[in-house]
Design a protein around this ligand. Structure first.
Ligand code: URA
Length: 423
């Protein structure tokens, strides 16, 4: 095969034959196809798209570039959740132990945050002692014993995707739906889960702002999972406003523990329950009473066992900020808008997120919201509090959120958090 032929085929809007596409991915991973050629190919895909079968072959080739795990010997169904990322999205933390408390195994391979979206591992690392890196044997043992594991994906899963994603990042080709779908799904299928629920977000704080593009991505990923024998469904969910009241790391753990204790903000509870029902339905328990497991402490027991199994202390005090700054309302009325992206950027500037993959995060940094859209406020009432290590970052965080919230005289229209279910 010749990389130039493959590029020309896609440039001219054709479908790349299966053997040529498999060769292209394999040769790129091994270094025989140059970055420049793969970049040209990725751009051709962005401009001309791919057929469903091409996306399947591409995903399969990326899976074949690395190891494929299997949990078949566990003797229980496995189910995973993937979120396309958002602001204040800590749902994995209460969700994994909640679902596992029904005897299902939840192998939740997670990542770190980059830019304004937080990472599940960064949040959990706010817990003293907690360890993200597990060997495959440790992961297996924990799934058998506790049922839930949230850990770092090993470097052996879909190495072709690692290389291609880094290339897309610097060539303006991240936004191609076939490439996003194959990137996400290659890692999830290689992980070896029986079933998968996707939380595909749209709106200000989402990777796909536009709901139609988010729906298209969700459909592409559901098709890929289904074609690969992984039972897959997706929920399209609103990311115009941060999820819950905490944006950061330690504060998001605190909020997750509130949910596990039967409390927590209504939107977090709603999404956790909706995703748990989807996951348990795929795992053969469509009638599971997920609310009861939050109420009666079963989910909390599994959380504590899960944290302990990874050397964390579930009772330890979480890091707290040295400095805080609270912004208050100047007018009376309804909070009509509180936009996810600027608040995500502000939390990031406070040190809750990172600019480069190798940077550390400040676990105590972030933002605590005190109100959400629809709430009524009076002048002087606290709207949100910046949490930081030092006050020097507050000005840039405040710049980020300037104009990001609004108080008006009319109640905002209520929009559903879960917009659609895609199967
Ligand atoms: N997340 C991924 O893992 N891959 C993409 O291409 C986009 C988001």
């Amino acid at each position: 095969f010749d990389a130039v032929d493959v590029i020309r085929t896609k440039r001219d809007g054709g479908a790349v034959p299966e053997d040529a596409l498999r060769w292209m991915i394999d040769a790129y991973t091994r270094g025989y196809v140059a970055d420049s050629q793969m970049a040209a190919f990725a751009m051709a895909v962005l401009l001309n798209g791919m057929e469903r079968d091409e996306v399947r072959v591409m995903t399969d080739a990326m899976i074949a570039s690395g190891e494929r795990m299997s949990f078949a010997s566990l003797g229980k169904p496995t189910v995973d959740k993937h979120s396309t990322g958002g602001v204040g999205d800590k749902i994995t933390l209460p969700l994994a132990p909640l679902v596992a408390s029904f005897g299902v195994a939840v192998p939740q391979l997670s990542g770190r945050g980059l830019g304004h979206t937080g990472g599940t591992l960064d949040k959990l690392e706010a817990i003293p002692g907690w360890r993200a890196a597990l060997s495959n044997d440790e992961m297996f043992a924990q799934l058998a014993d506790v049922g839930a594991v949230i850990c770092a994906a090993g470097s052996g899963l879909a190495p072709a995707d690692k290389k291609l994603y880094a290339l897309r990042d610097v060539t303006g080709t991240v936004e191609a739906i076939p490439l996003i779908a194959s990137s996400i799904m290659s890692k999830k299928i290689a992980e070896g889960t029986d079933s998968l629920v996707l939380d595909v977000k749209f709106g200000s704080g989402a990777f796909m702002r536009d709901v139609d593009r988010a729906r298209e991505l969700a459909r592409a990923m559901v098709a890929l999972g289904t074609d690969s024998g992984v039972a897959t469904t997706a929920l399209l969910t609103d990311m115009n406003t941060p999820l819950g009241l905490a944006i950061g790391n330690a504060n998001e753990v605190r909020e997750s523990v509130e949910v596990l204790a039967g409390g927590g903000p209504a939107d977090i509870v709603e999404l956790t329950l909706a995703l748990a029902r989807e996951m348990l339905a795929l795992a053969g328990q469509p009638e599971a009473d997920v609310e009861a497991a939050l109420r009666d402490g079963r989910a909390m027991d599994t959380w504590r066992a899960m944290i302990r199994a990874q050397d964390g202390d579930p009772d330890a005090a979480l890091p707290s900020p040295n400095e805080t700054h609270t912004v208050t309302a100047t007018d009376a009325g309804f909070v009509t808008r509180l936009e996810a992206l600027p608040f995500g950027i502000a939390a990031w500037r406070l040190g809750a997120g990172r600019a480069r993959a190798q940077d550390p995060v400040l676990h105590a940094a972030g933002i605590d919201l005190h109100v959400k859209p629809g709430d009524v406020v009076v002048p002087g009432q606290p709207l949100f509090t910046l949490l930081g290590q030092d006050a020097s970052r507050f000005d840039r965080a405040l710049d980020a959120v300037a104009g990001a919230w609004e108080i008006g005289s009319d109640a905002p229209e209520r929009t559903p958090l879960v917009l659609e279910r895609i199967t």
